[in-house]
Design a protein around this ligand. Sequence first.
Ligand SMILES: NC(=O)c1ccc[n+]([C@@H]2O[C@H](COP(=O)([O-])OP(=O)(O)OC[C@H]3O[C@@H](n4cnc5c(N)ncnc54)[C@H](OP(=O)(O)O)[C@@H]3O)[C@@H](O)[C@H]2O)c1
Length: 345
Amino acid sequence: MKKGCPYGTHRVLEPKGVLPQPAFKISNDMEIYDNEILIDVQTLNIDSASFTQISDEAKGDVEGIKKIMKGIVDERGKHQNPVTGSGGMLIGTVEKIGPALEGKTDLKVGDKIATLVSLSLTPLRIDEITDIRPEIDQVDIKGKAILFESGLYAKIPEDLPENLVLSVLDVAGAPAQTAKMVSPGDTVVIIGGTGKAGMLCLYEAKKRAGVTGKVICLDYSEEGLKRAKAADLADEYIQADATDAVSVMNKIADVTDGKMADVTINIVNIPNTEMASILVTKDEGLVYFFSMATSFTKAALGAEGVGKDVEMVVGNGYTKGHAEISLQIMRESKALRDIFEKLYA
Ligand SMILES: NC(=O)c1ccc[n+]([C@@H]2O[C@H](COP(=O)([O-])OP(=O)(O)OC[C@H]3O[C@@H](n4cnc5c(N)ncnc54)[C@H](OP(=O)(O)O)[C@@H]3O)[C@@H](O)[C@H]2O)c1
């Protein structure tokens, strides 16, 4: 059996010498190396920015979406959207475990797992797309995937529905990072706050900012805002288009007496919202860009252009304990669990 690198570099076809995520093409041959895990895939949770782009390109046509998704995997050996660069994650059953992993993993054949590494680096073969649930970015397939030795995963807990777990784990980094960066008394603005990740971030922000803090939920969706309000997820709710930076800034100034935000979390699924995030943040405040539609250039040059000294953080999909923190929200908050079961389970 062939010996593999823990990071999966042995599967990179082009360009040579890079890691699987930035690679253009990787091998999706499903014969495993000695340190790989073969997964029989059940469902893909496509990253929201990626699914939105694919769906727009296909004009919402399901057959068109299938064709684009299969085309991506045929070309790259992985589901990495060429426009957004992002992936998503998957749920499936462990089918084979390479012998070099003996004693190194707690997994056994037959375990149901969610991968916690992006589809943008996961070798994937799609044999058939059996169902698409566009409203929650989930796609059922017949196919296989490979988890590298360094690949993170979570066993599916028995007390929560599988599709709900998949949806929550897809964005697990966001609420876990929010928990770490919000302090008592902070004013926090969450742009895209009524989306899947947004609601989890609102919950963590409110918990960490405490009674002396203020959590502001900003979103385009009126229905989403009504839902978040009914669940009491924030202190203020603002309907606005985050691509209209100045209008967003004025609305946040109104509800903060001009003081603006200590922490701003951008969690939308569309481009051109960098400036709204920067303008609503006070000098020396923190902007956390979790959205995959974020442009580094627009954020960096945009902040400079308006003379804003803000710290800007790239949303790392992983932080220690992210799976536990995000799934725990589903156990702690009945209101959020009800919403998530209705929307995503
Ligand atoms: N950094 C990472 O590792 C990582 C991992 C996973 C996901 N992500 C990214 O996280 C983001 C959120 O994912 P998600 O699954 O939570 O997506 P989601 O459920 O689709 O939420 C996005 C929210 O943004 C709102 N929105 C869209 N356009 C807006 C506008 N112009 N102004 C204000 N709000 C607007 C949407 O409202 P409507 O419903 O009205 O459209 C929705 O409520 C995506 O960009 C995704 O790619 C990042």
